[in-house]
Structure formats: structure tokens, C-alpha cells
Design a protein around this ligand. Sequence first.
Ligand SMILES: CC(C)(COP(=O)(O)OP(=O)(O)OC[C@H]1O[C@@H](n2cnc3c(N)ncnc32)[C@H](O)[C@@H]1OP(=O)(O)O)[C@@H](O)C(=O)NCCC(=O)NCCS
Length: 186
Amino acid sequence: MNLPIETERLRLRKYEDRDVADILEYSSDADFWVARNLDWPVSEEGVKAYWEVHRDIDPGTDPTWFSLVVELKAEKKVIGHVGIGVIKTGEHRQGMIGWLLGRKYQGQGFATEAVRALVTAGFDQMGLHRIFARTGKDNERSWRLMERLGMRREAHFRESHVMKGEWRDEFIYAILCDEWRAKQGG
Ligand SMILES: CC(C)(COP(=O)(O)OP(=O)(O)OC[C@H]1O[C@@H](n2cnc3c(N)ncnc32)[C@H](O)[C@@H]1OP(=O)(O)O)[C@@H](O)C(=O)NCCC(=O)NCCS
């Protein structure tokens, strides 16, 4: 994958040592339930251990999960991250995506801008056929983001997991490469 990916306001790029403080800032937001389910312990060592591995992965060739930091160009600040993984390789070419934006930076279209660029790279650069994402029914901001991007709700799993002691539903959204290109105007 050709990195960084530049959009109007953002740069999607590999982690650099200088990002530790910014990543800690958005991921240690105590009121933010997702921050408590992160892939790294919220500490300097935890951030480094997770992100240094991701710096060495090539998302164009390596069939594993790959996370990119999302830098707000105007502030030269990392405000969140996106991830993409090739879930079924070979002829299947199925990709999965995910995202997280610091609370302070929500509501300005940054996630839409970042995920749009990530999906385009998944199709154009990684040669994926279909890209999907899973999200809780309660996570309305996430599924609204996918609907803004034109992804289709393909599944609604009822009471598929327990969170905070209650049964929760899960949605799966997806889009095919041809559909994406048609929506982006070719
Ligand atoms: C999911 C998540 C990234 C969505 O954040 P978000 O702020 O709703 O999404 P965006 O950054 O695209 O912003 C969209 C909002 O900005 C508004 N907006 C302002 N300027 C905009 C612009 N230039 N372009 C698009 N939208 C814009 C939109 O109207 C929308 O507002 P609304 O929700 O009131 O309709 C965020 O809620 C998050 O990080 N959640 C936790 C992580 C998570 O759940 N990850 C997924 C696990 S499955």
C-alpha cells in the first residue's frame, strides 16, 4: 500500500515514535467506553508495544490486521486510527475495517473522510473484492458512518453478545468493489 494516504484534511500513515503522547491522549479518555476495549493497555509501554508491530507490517502483502494513525494535518496531531485486515485471502479477497476517533474530534466529518480513503485504498491498492465491518447496534455513530459511505447493512445478529451485563445486537455492513466505484463516480 502506498503510504501515507492524503485526504483534504487528514494524513493516514504508519505510526511514528512521536505519536505516543497523542495516542495516549485520545485513548485514555475515561468516559469513552471504547477506550476501555482498546487493543493496547493505556500506558506508554502499551501504546509502543502495539504500534511498533504495526509500523513493520505491509498492508498490501501481509494478511493481518493493520492499523494506521489518522493525523489532522492542520494541527500535526494524531486524532484517532483506522485499521484494515484481509480476513480471507487468495481468491476470496475479503477485507474488514475498523476505526476510532478521539471524542474531541468527532462531529466534523473526519471519520467519514478517513474511512472513505481507507476503503478506496483497500479496493484500489489491496485488490479487495468486498469490505465489511461489524458494529454493535448501540454504536449508532459507527453504523451511521457506514451508511454515509454507502455501505449496506447485511446482517443483524440479535443478542449475539453481552456487554455491561446486557444482551446486545450486532450489525454487519459491507460494500463490494464495483458498488464502491460506482458510488465514487467511477
Ligand atoms: C464511529 C466514530 C468514528 C464516528 O464519529 P463521527 O464524529 O460520528 O463521524 P465523522 O467524523 O464522520 O463526523 C460525522 C458528523 O460530523 C458532521 N460533519 C461536519 N462536517 C462534516 C463534513 N465536512 N463531512 C462530513 N460530516 C461532517 C456530520 O453531519 C456528522 O454529524 P451527525 O452525527 O450529527 O450527523 C466515533 O463515534 C468513534 O470513534 N466511536 C468510537 C469507536 C468505535 O465505536 N469504533 C467502531 C467499533 S465497531
